[in-house]
Design a protein around this ligand. Structure first.
Ligand code: SF4
Length: 364
């Protein structure tokens, strides 16, 4: 039985985050070595299967329809298009494909059926399949699991308190409810957050309390550094320093020893030396490809060179958990229930989101 601690307090996490850096790094690297091979890093590919036009108001997101950004929206990709992209990702060393759709929540129907077919197709390529599709019900999670989904991503983004300063169109509890629905299946949970949104260190610790006290803890935790995109409410936020990123990665590693910690958005702003320190501090996954949904990401060849330089090896698929089986649509035991759950719309006002929305209207 795992002896992972599930009752971390904010004070304990802050004490870790604020340790002298060398001590923090040593402790994180020690925990990392006990639980993971320090020379293995997973390479994942993030594929935006449906971009833009989202009804939500996430302050960091250029895909929210209400803001004016340079993101060009597109309809849901076709299954053959997704398969071609997955094959390309596999050929360049990725063992996982994460498909993202800019939806508030999944709606039963043709589009969800197409996503289920994409999951079946990629799982049959012997790659780990992850989806990030917004809020989902238990039945939808079951259907994804049956198709062969390996992981479902649903980020908590920040602390519960600061979440209200970034998003007004859904509540923190909705996020936790979706994670709970995923947990009722054999699909693993991927959940993390973003630093650099104007939150304070207590909020970062608060997010780690929320994640680390889940039992079981998420199998995967992306740590993103905000990429401030023009036109979004957070466009003027200053980039986080590499030291903050290293501290956040190291703290995450210590409080969630078995989790795969993912260096996600913001990697283009990091030097190789900075990324190497993040790997030392316990990060063991990166996203490959020139785009992370809509924001820039380092070139694949640059990453290959970095792996060679650091002596890192890409992780093989299904090293942490066995490959799920795919059940064909015709043999499914779960049918669409046509549910229309009432996810919360707290609709409190966030001044900077309102301003960005008004500016967006004027420009459009
Ligand atoms: S983060 Fe997701 S839910 Fe929020 S606006 Fe962007 S696409 Fe929509």
């Amino acid at each position: 039985m795992s002896d992972t601690k599930h009752n971390w307090t904010k004070e304990e996490i802050l004490d870790i985050y604020n340790k002298p850096l060398m001590e923090l790094l040593y402790e994180a690297a020690t925990v990392h070595r006990v639980n993971h091979d320090p020379n293995v890093v997973q390479v994942s590919t993030l594929l935006s299967i449906k971009t833009g036009g989202c009804s939500e108001d996430c302050g960091y997101c250029p895909q929210a329809a209400r803001y004016h950004t340079n993101v060009e929206g597109n309809d849901l990709m076709s299954v053959p298009q997704v398969k071609a992209q997955a094959l390309r990702a596999k050929a360049s060393g990725s063992s996982r494909v994460c498909m993202g759709a800019a939806w508030r929540n999944v709606k039963d129907g043709e589009e969800f059926d197409a996503v289920l077919e994409m999951v079946r197709t990629i799982n049959k390529l012997d790659m780990e399949v992850c989806c990030t599709l917004g809020m989902i019900t238990e039945n939808q999670a079951q259907r994804l699991a049956e198709a062969g989904l390996y992981a479902y991503n649903h980020n908590l983004d920040s602390s519960e308190e600061y979440y209200k300063e970034v998003i007004s169109t859904r509540g923190y509890q909705d996020r936790l409810d979706t994670i709970d629905n995923v947990r009722k299946t054999n699909v693993t949970v991927c959940s993390g957050g973003i630093i650099g949104m104007g939150e304070n260190i207590e909020d970062r610790a608060g997010m780690l309390v929320a994640l680390s006290t889940l039992n079981p803890q998420p199998e995967s935790t992306p740590i993103n550094a905000l990429v401030a995109v023009e036109g979004t409410p957070l466009e003027d936020e200053k980039p986080v320093s590499i030291w903050e990123m290293i501290r956040m990665v190291a703290t995450t590693r210590i409080v969630m020893p078995e989790t795969q910690v993912r260096l996600s958005a913001g990697r283009t702003q990091m030097s190789r030396e900075g990324q190497a320190m993040c790997f030392f501090a316990g990060a063991n996954s990166i996203f490959a490809g020139d785009k992370l949904l809509t924001t820039p990401n380092p070139d694949v060849n640059e990453d290959i060179k970095m792996f060679e330089l650091l002596g890192l090896n890409p992780q093989k698929p299904f090293t942490k958990k066995v490959q799920p089986q795919t059940v064909e649509a015709t043999d499914s035991e779960f049918q669409s229930l046509g549910e229309k759950p009432k996810w919360t719309r707290p609709e409190h006002k966030i001044e900077r989101n309102e301003l960005a929305k008004e500016k967006g209207k004027l420009i459009k």
